[in-house]
Design a protein around this ligand. Sequence first.
Ligand code: DGY
Length: 313
Amino acid sequence: MATIIATTRPLPLPEMELAGRQVRFVHAEAGAVPDGAVALLSTAVDPVDAALISTLPDSVGLIANLGVGYDNIDLAAAAARGLLVSNTPVVTEDTADLAFALILAACRRVGQGERFLRAGKWNETGTPPLGTRVHGAKLGIIGFGAIGQAVARRASGFGMTVLYHNRSRKPVQANALSARYCKDLAELLAAADIVSIHAPLTEETRHLIDADALAACKPGAVLVNTARGPLVDEDALIAALETGHIAAAGLDVFSEEPSFPEALLAMEQVVLTPHIGSATAQCRTDMVQRGIANIAQFLETGTIRDMVPLGRE
Ligand code: DGY
């Protein structure tokens, strides 16, 4: 008999055996997870809400989420069903690479310059609008977990001054990265030339960057978000971009993915990417391997390496 693992979408998964049995991956279309499935393998952009969790057969013991974030999962519903939840904390460096790419692209108006050149405007009108200097700038990092710290490491190569805001102070890591703690978000926003968001999405962080936070930013600041769309009030950001108070933005994540506000499309000063922080062939392979490793460990021992806290102690 095969070991059945349900998936929330079709995924390119290799043939494999787990605990001595062939694995059969079954795409659970419309949430219909077959009886006998031992785990649900989900991606970080597929909602695993209370309704889906309530329909899982009793054979399922684990939700193995592909992604470091797990805001797509109703953890209370998972806890109530006695399920374990795992994540894949292997996206740090790839996501930090993308954050830095967006910092550079937004500040230096790379997309706008490329569109300008491709549209044949170079000869006609000279150069496109000037960008913002990156090297030596003050970078404000919101959320100083593994990804925020990896961005700080990259910033040191650009001679940047790094400030960070985090729920708790991280003196050891901050000292190693010469990063200064701002307990108050407003203090960081007032000082930073470039703000990069790396906080998890929770009820406390939803719309962390709202109209007031944007108003607290330095005039001409650049905002980059590679974390989760709902951390930013998109309407407020669009308004701040329209006035020029926020000079440019690099956005990889949106509140209603795969949709995004139409208004952003017309904004030359905004760089838009479709949630690709972890989208390198190598990182996606690492994520699948880590997700499967969690399932394998769960089948063998009933425990998992990357345990997501469910708050049910
Ligand atoms: C993550 O790891 O949470 C990413 O957003 C998924 O690609």
